[in-house]
Every structure is written in C-alpha cells, then in structure tokens.
Design a protein around this ligand. Structure first.
Ligand SMILES: O=CC(=O)O
Length: 359
C-alpha cells in the first residue's frame, strides 16, 4: 500500500508557465492560473497529450505523475474536488461517488480509451457532464495485435518457443505442435464495429473463406466492406473456426461468452478476446479449454487486471494471455493521449469534441 507521503510526491502541478527568479510563479501568472479551469489528469499520459494541455494555456492542470501505479482511490477522490475537468484512463472508476466528490464544477470527463465501461454513463448524463473518448486512433493497433494474438494461439507459438528453449525440440515430428490454419476457415466476429472490420481486412489475405458476425442488430454498411454475413449468436458459435470478441462491455454483453456459447463451438475452434475481460465467464472458458471443448484461447483482457499469476487459466497450454496491450504502440498511445487532451479542451470551451460519447 502506498503511504500518503509517497502518494503526495507522485503529484505534481504542471503549469508550463514562467517562474520568477526565486523559482516561484510570478504573481500575474499566479493570478491568471487561479482563474483558469482546473483539471486533474489521473496518469502520466504520453507526452503529446501533456504538451497539448500545457501549451494551450487554457487550463491549470495537476497530474498524478506515475504510469506504474494508479492513483489510489482515496487520493483521487481528494484530487477531483472542485475540478472543472478530469482526464482519466480505464483504471479509474468514474461513478457516483467520484462525481459527488468532484462537485458541481465538473463539466468534462475525457478518457484516454475507446472503452467506457469504467464510466457510469447514467450518472454523467444526469449531471450534464460531457464525455470524450478515443476511438478510431487505436483501430489499426488493436486490429494488428488481434491478428498477432490469433496466430500466436492457433499456431501455438508460445508452446513452440518454450519447447525450443527447454530441450523439447527432438526430431522433426509429423503432428508435433500442429495447430489450425486460417486458410479456408470461417471467422466469426462478435460485435462488428470499426475494430472488427479492421481485423477482418487484415485476415482476408490469409485466405479466410467466410466472415460472419453477430451483434444486437445487423450492420449492413460495415458488413458490406468485408462481405460478412449476419448470424445469430448460436450460429456464430457453431460456424466459427476463429471467434473474435470485439464488442463493448455493457450489461447486455457481460459474460456473453459463457458455457452455453463455448458448448456450441467446435473443438477445433479458437476463441480470441481483445475487447474486455468482462464479456467472458472465465470459469466457463477454463472448463472449455481444459476439457478440449474448444482448441485454444487468446486473451488480451481478463478479470481482474492484472490477472493473478496463480489463476488457473495460466496453467493451460492452450491459453495465451497478454497484459492488455492491444493499443500499445508508441504512435497509437500518443495519438490517444493527444485526442483525450483535445477532447477535454474542446469540451471546456463548450465546443463539439473530436470524439464525444452521445449520452
Ligand atoms: O482497452 C483499451 C481501450 O479501451 O482503449
């Protein structure tokens, strides 16, 4: 647990404004700053976003100056008191308690994420707080990682490198470390949005035979670009050789990938999740993997995160687990940071944000 003195050292006021010779802020600068909207940034976000906030001269922002340790909840509740805007990441729960602590001045919440299941949208809406998020800029990186995870899982790359390094590599063997190939396969997408389409576009050159998708409603425009067929959830499970969960976590999708779904999948099928851990019932997934009901799973997201190293899923050879890195490229994380900062500034000015959630 972090002592509060350590926690306090993590907090820095970043004003980007001139200092007087004694090292303090000049009084005119101090006066100006005290009239600027106050912002709390819950993480040391990548430099592009910080630069935008600093160079704007429009906000007086305080930063939780760490990327390794999230701001402790108690500290967060204190730091948001009286702020006009909050820039957060997906580890912060923005719920009624936090909004109460922030008080009536809070007008904008900008999250550096495409997912928004950490935000209580009803509470935000009720209070008239506008919400920015960061879709689109991460689509390429997430799609790329999803393909990497799918191939890693289906072609058993983690097992293979382990065998090569630890002496398991004997003579060339006819069925050793065989996996499942994409050529002539059916790929199912659960939740067809920008990311699902981008994944399909990248998989098509691997000679996928058919794309199918399930969603709350058909998405003909998106589906047309990848020639995907709309099917029921049951059909998605039954027909997919590779099933990729790409849906947002909502009350409707919570644990939608459960025993029922896995039991309908082929025992040669691979399940991939780069959306949110909460869309999967992990006990049911463990069972499906351990009993050979499905061939393998690649997960970039789990519940909780981090997944404890003692978790049963880590004992399975046919389960590849990544530490939530789908959008983790330098370019993308900087673009997310910049977009989150710009959304916040625009929101404070009463302008339309570049990417704003409709509440
Ligand atoms: O998971 C990552 C995000 O929501 O941006």
């Amino acid at each position: 647990m972090w002592s509060s003195s350590v926690a306090l050292r993590r907090l820095q006021r970043i004003a980007g404004t001139p200092l007087n010779v004694a090292g303090g802020l000049t009084s005119s600068v101090q006066r100006k700053m005290s009239t600027l909207p106050r912002v709390f940034v819950t993480r040391q976000i990548p430099p592009e976003g910080l630069k935008i906030l600093r160079d704007s001269g429009q906000v007086n922002f305080e930063l939780w100056d760490s990327d390794d340790v999230p701001v402790p909840r108690k500290e967060l509740l204190e730091k948001v008191r009286g702020v006009d805007a909050l820039l957060c990441v997906l580890t912060e729960k923005v719920d009624a308690e936090l909004l109460e602590a922030a008080g009536p001045k809070l007008k904008v919440v900008s999250t550096m994420s495409v997912g928004f299941d950490h935000l209580s949208l009803e509470e935000l809406k009720r209070r008239g707080i506008r919400v920015g998020y960061t879709p689109d800029v991460l689509t390429d990186a997430v799609a790329e990682l999803t393909v990497a995870l799918l191939l890693t899982t289906s072609r058993r790359l983690i097992e293979a490198t382990h065998e090569a390094k630890t002496g398991g590599w004997g003579t060339w063997r006819t069925l050793w470390l065989c996996g499942h190939e994409l050529a002539n396969s059916t790929v199912g997408i659960l939740g067809l949005g920008r990311i699902g389409v981008a994944i399909a576009e990248r998989l098509a050159p691997f000679k996928v035979k058919k794309f199918i998708y399930a969603d709350v409603a058909p998405r003909p425009e998106l589906a047309a670009s990848i020639n995907a067929e709309y099917v029921s959830l049951d059909e998605l499970a039954e027909r997919s050789d590779f099933l990729a969960a790409c849906c947002a976590l909502t009350p409707e999708t919570k644990e939608i990938c459960n025993r029922r779904l896995f039991s309908k999948m082929k025992n040669t099928s691979i399940f991939i999740n780069t959306s949110r851990g909460g869309v999967v019932n992990q006990e049911d997934l463990y069972e499906a993997l351990a009993t050979g009901q499905i061939a393998g799973a690649g997960l970039d997201v789990t519940v909780p995160e981090p997944l404890p190293t003692t978790h049963p899923l880590f004992t399975l050879k046919n389960c590849v687990i990544l530490p939530h890195i789908a959008s983790a490229s330098y370019t993308t994380r900087n673009a997310m940071s910049a977009l989150a900062a710009n959304n916040l500034l625009l929101g404070l000015q009463g302008e339309p944000m570049i990417r704003e959630l409709k509440l």
